[in-house]
Design a protein around this ligand. Structure first.
Ligand code: HEM
Length: 159
């Protein structure tokens, strides 16, 4: 009986130590946002983007802009750009209620350790806007996609 109690105290003590240690070592991160929140209200906007072929073409130009931009280029120069483009197309497609599935990482996982600042984030948004302008996407449609991406700065900005 005494042994059982001692054992229980030891286990409880160990559990408390481990929990306290983990809390000290890594403060809990805020839960990641849904990286591809589908919005059925955006189905008409999906059409304005030219559906999936339009998104593929848009994301090609978007990545060209990111590589031409001295602020964003260093982040993408050594990355798997074809992979990122595929994930971006699926992500935008799902957000705009297209017939796609996003199987990529959440935005916290995808950008951790990259030391992305608010200025870097804003530069990427401008590069996306330039690509959307080039594709003749109406301003209101552009803003509807951007409104879904803007809150993601919380998970993307790590510096
Ligand atoms: C709303 C803004 C953003 C969105 C929606 C977004 C989306 C994505 C997606 C879907 C991926 C691929 C995830 C996967 O591999 O499964 C990715 C990766 C990546 N993103 Fe972003 N991103 C954003 C902002 C940024 C910014 C501001 C930068 C830097 C200027 C950046 C740099 C990168 C890099 C370098 C990778 C590849 C990381 C690796 O190789 O593991 N992203 N992003």
């Amino acid at each position: 009986m005494k042994t059982a109690r001692t054992l229980r105290t030891l286990i409880l003590g160990l559990a408390l130590t481990l929990t306290a240690g983990a809390a000290l070592a890594a403060p809990p991160m805020a839960a990641a946002l849904n990286p591809a929140p589908r919005d059925p209200a955006l189905a008409p906007v999906f059409k304005q983007f030219g559906e999936k072929p339009g998104l593929v073409s848009l994301v090609n130009d978007f990545m060209d802009n990111l590589m031409a931009d001295p602020v964003t280029r260093p982040f993408f120069a050594n990355a798997n750009r074809d992979h990122i483009k595929k994930e971006l197309v699926d992500q935008f497609c799902v957000i705009l209620d297209g017939p796609c599935t996003y199987t990529g990482l959440n935005m916290q996982q995808a950008h951790q350790g990259l030391n992305i600042t608010e200025a870097d984030f804003n530069a990427l948004v401008v590069d996306l806007q330039k690509a959307m302008d080039k594709h003749g996407i109406p301003f209101t449609a552009q803003n509807q996609l951007l409104a879904k991406l803007a809150p993601m700065h919380r998970d993307v900005d790590t510096k």
